[in-house]
Write a protein that binds this ligand. Structure first.
Ligand SMILES: Cc1ncc(COP(=O)(O)O)c(C=O)c1O
Length: 408
């Protein structure tokens, strides 16, 4: 494992030119695109146009003139090839938490007489919190949180829905989506996937793998900007039999009739709630445009190769000081890797001080995200080399590196 090897791999990388689509500070090694994607060069001019010309000059006429009212669907159509779904099965809306709550509520209502929703221990907290909120509203409904290995065996005639995060936010472990969908369907349950750490980094085929429902963040590998809206997916054949528990006017059959009671739109539109955030949609569109002409098979292949290279380079340089906390099999993980160290937070701060940005997740995990569009093998090699120096010299052993900031 050498710097030359890394450079050779970059030279033969079919995605090497995609990095030019992003604004990245000179010399920065940014390994946190799984938390906040980098800024695409296309975003600022697009956003500027929407602000200055559309909002500034055309004011409210833009809802019709520039079709703003259809942007949740129009921008979703740009996401469709990235997540392997039909445009009419996707919307851009709300936040991931809100989308998850809406779809989980819709799933539970579609399985009357079934009293459990099932997820795994260690799922992302907001997913569990949203489910807890739902069961507080529905007496008799129970949330079962069990180890991943027990999921398939726990599905039964009482299960209304199985909801899981496809790629684990800490370990990066990737579920076998197709097998779990099949097991859930055999028990008569619906599935809901959180694709926050998968969308834009793995090759997905939501229909081919039998997904019913899915949600995901717009601000991670999709590069939509801080707090970007989320996306939701509802398989076409289910749309007219499900209803969002958060019925709002944008999901009404005819919002501008201002009818006195709710009547859901047909198709995916019924899963909208309130007025779409146009500036945020414009920024997300900039993020999605960075995927133009790029195959998701190439993205996934690079994710596998670069994370494998990084693991080898770290293990070569750091020996036993770090423990790999992600699956070793590239097919069993997404595009981020975690290493455990008792002082992981301080070690990560020392890396950040050197211009190499990853993040930290408790209890002791240093997390390194590789965005296949803009991270290269050289980034992986340089990060591993710095990590090895920081550990060897105890560069991390400083009070200021131990002091936890609000966002870790
Ligand atoms: C798996 C997963 N789901 C959901 C979220 C966050 O959801 P929201 O966009 O509602 O803050 C995150 C944030 O990191 C996440 O990792």
């Amino acid at each position: 494992m050498t710097l030359d090897q890394a450079r050779n791999l970059d030279a033969s990388d079919p995605l090497r030119e995609a990095r030019e689509r992003f604004v990245l500070p000179d010399g920065a090694i940014y390994l946190d695109g799984n938390s906040l994607g980098a800024l695409p060069k296309a975003t600022s001019p697009h956003l500027f146009d929407v602000i200055e010309r559309q909002w500034g000059e055309d004011l409210i006429t833009s809802w019709n003139k520039h079709g703003w009212i259809e942007w949740p669907q129009r921008v979703a159509a740009r996401l469709a090839p990235i997540v392997g779904a039909e445009p009419a099965e996707l919307l851009i809306a709300d936040s991931t938490t809100v989308c998850l709550f809406k779809l989980l509520g819709a799933a539970v209502a579609a399985r009357p007489g079934r009293s459990t929703i099932l997820t795994e221990q260690g799922n992302f907290p907001t997913d569990v919190y949203a489910a807890e909120g739902l069961i507080r509203l529905r007496p008799g409904l129970e949330l079962k949180v069990i180890p991943a290995a027990e999921l398939a065996g726990a599905l039964d005639e009482n299960t209304a829905a199985l909801f899981l995060t496809h790629v684990d936010y800490r370990s990066g472990a990737r579920h076998d989506m197709e097998a779990l969908n099949a097991a859930a369907h055999a028990a008569g349950a619906l599935t809901l996937w959180d694709l926050s750490h998968s969308a834009g980094a793995t090759q997905l085929d939501l229909n081919g793998s039998g997904c019913d429902l899915a949600v995901g963040c717009g601000y991670k590998y999709l590069n939509g900007g801080p707090g970007a809206p989320a996306f939701l997916f509802v398989a076409e054949q289910l749309q007219d039999s499900l209803q969002s528990p958060l019925s709002g006017w944008m999901g009404h059959a005819s919002p501008f009739d201002f009818a006195s009671s709710y009547s859901p739109a047909s198709g995916i539109n019924r899963f909208l709630t309130g007025t779409p955030s146009i500036l945020a949609l414009a920024a997300l569109e900039g993020g999605l445009s960075a995927f133009e002409g790029v195959s998701m098979a190439a993205i996934e292949a690079k994710a596998e190769a670069i994370t494998a290279f990084f693991i080898d380079a770290v293990e070569q340089g750091c020996g036993d000081e770090l423990a790999l906390a992600s699956p070793r099999d590239p097919k069993a993980r997404g595009s981020h890797v975690c290493f455990a160290h008792p002082q992981g937070y301080a070690v990560m701060q020392a890396l950040i001080a050197r211009g190499i940005t990853g993040d930290f997740r408790p209890p002791d995990l240093m997390r390194f995200g590789f965005a296949p569009l803009y991270n290269g093998f050289e980034d992986a090699w340089l990060a591993a080399a710095s990590l090895s120096e920081i550990l060897a010299t105890r560069e991390w052993d400083r009070t200021d590196f131990r002091r936890k900031q609000t966002v870790t």
